[in-house]
Design a binder for this molecule. Structure first.
Ligand code: MRU
Length: 374
């Protein structure tokens, strides 16, 4: 079978017609542009409290990304785009009058936002989209501001639409009367503009087949599965059980998982996938037990400039996330810690990559290139 041809004729063509319907964020707002400020639900406090953080400056957006008020690759990209719109407004207000000064101020913001988190490709992708505007000589600073605001909101809307289409394409791959999907971390509405990538697929499957059941990995160390995925699935009334990360092999070995669906932070030209730490382990288990392993991500996550996953920058986070949680510390003081936040799943472990443009099958070098050109 010619996989690349297959990819350009994605599975579930009929279902995807539904993607033309208006996508919504399901009432969950990881990041919103509202009257010249950026509003985010504080994901660090979920599910115990639903509290908004309002960012009036790009520096506040950068801080929110670093501290994971907002997290998840597509949501980080959307936030960065909106942060750049705030930076442009501020530079204009500050009377950075001459276009050269205005652009220098905006460029500094772009650098500051770029340095917040290194792995998710959606972040540099969104910054490049904004640079394509602020670097234009033919626009005045006031025109740049208007254009950047428009594009920031458009990136948000495009991500919503992409997640919706990913859900529809992905749902067509989940066969069986009573599928049991394992997911890792949170690739839900909270990690995107809304709807989600992996959880978008789960939402779309559930709309067709309410007998769907989900196993959610808790996802050490920051518990995005236990806190965020479980919160989203509860709100949607989707049947699920929470498991610790080290239980996935137990359930697979007993034939109790029919599919794995995860999100991605960066996908390289050959189809290697960086995602939340622990994803690689799940992929090895899935391969051993012949469980299909699907990755769901928009094209803003695909970095075809990198040939393979060995070049993906992997964020290492603070030791305190591993030695305890919140105010509690349970490791002995002085314990040395490693805390890589992501790992790389090799393309050979990935059954298919579900994008808003269709489903890419191996060899991904060909299928991703064809889909990108679509
Ligand atoms: O560290 P996080 O919470 O930002 O990591 C999030 C993930 O790894 C998600 O699985 C990934 O960003 C995909 S989100 C649609």
């Amino acid at each position: 079978m010619d996989a690349a041809q297959d990819a350009s004729e994605p599975a579930g063509g009929d279902a995807v017609a539904a993607a033309a319907g208006p996508p919504t964020n399901g009432g969950i707002h990881p990041v919103l542009w509202r009257d010249g400020v950026v509003v985010m639900i504080d994901q660090r406090r979920l599910p115990l409290e639903e509290v908004d953080v309002v960012c009036e400056t790009w520096e506040q957006v950068a801080d929110a990304i670093c501290t994971m008020v907002v997290r998840g690759a597509p949501a980080i990209g959307v936030a960065a785009g909106m942060g750049m719109a705030l930076a442009a407004r501020a530079a204009l207000r500050a009377g950075a009058g001459a276009p050269a000064h205005f652009r220098a101020a905006v460029q500094a913001a772009s650098k500051g936002l770029f340095e917040t988190r290194p792995t998710a490709y959606n972040l540099p992708w969104a910054l490049k989209e904004m640079e394509a505007i602020w670097s234009r000589d033919d626009l005045s600073p006031a025109e740049v501001v208007a254009e950047m605001e428009r594009r920031a909101v458009q990136i948000y809307e495009e991500d919503l639409a992409s997640c919706w289409a990913i859900g529809e394409y992905g749902a067509a791959l989940i066969e069986g009367e009573q599928p049991v999907i394992l997911t890792h971390c949170n690739a839900g509405a909270l990690a995107t503009a809304g709807y989600g990538t992996a959880l978008g697929v789960i939402r779309s499957v559930h709309a067709r087949n309410p007998r769907l059941h989900v196993l959610a990995d808790e996802t050490r160390p920051l518990l995005q599965g236990a806190r965020l995925t479980a919160w989203e699935l509860s709100r949607e009334g989707i049947s699920f059980e929470l498991i610790t990360d080290n239980m996935a092999g137990y359930f697979m070995s007993r034939g109790l998982i029919t599919h794995v669906v995860v999100g991605a932070d960066r996908i390289t030209a050959n189809g290697d996938v960086a995602n939340k730490i622990g994803t690689y382990t799940v992929s090895v288990l899935a391969r051993e037990h012949k469980v299909p392993f699907y990755v769901a991500a928009p094209f803003s996550t695909v970095d075809r400039s990198l040939p393979d996953g060995s070049a993906i920058p992997i964020e290492e986070r603070a030791a305190i996330e591993v030695t305890g949680y919140g105010d509690r510390c349970w490791a002995p003081s002085g314990a040395r810690v490693r805390n890589p936040a992501f790992d790389v799943t090799p393309a050979r472990n990935v059954t298919a990559i579900v994008t808003e443009r269709g489903v890419a099958l191996p060899p991904y070098e060909d299928s991703l290139r064809k889909l990108e050109a679509k």
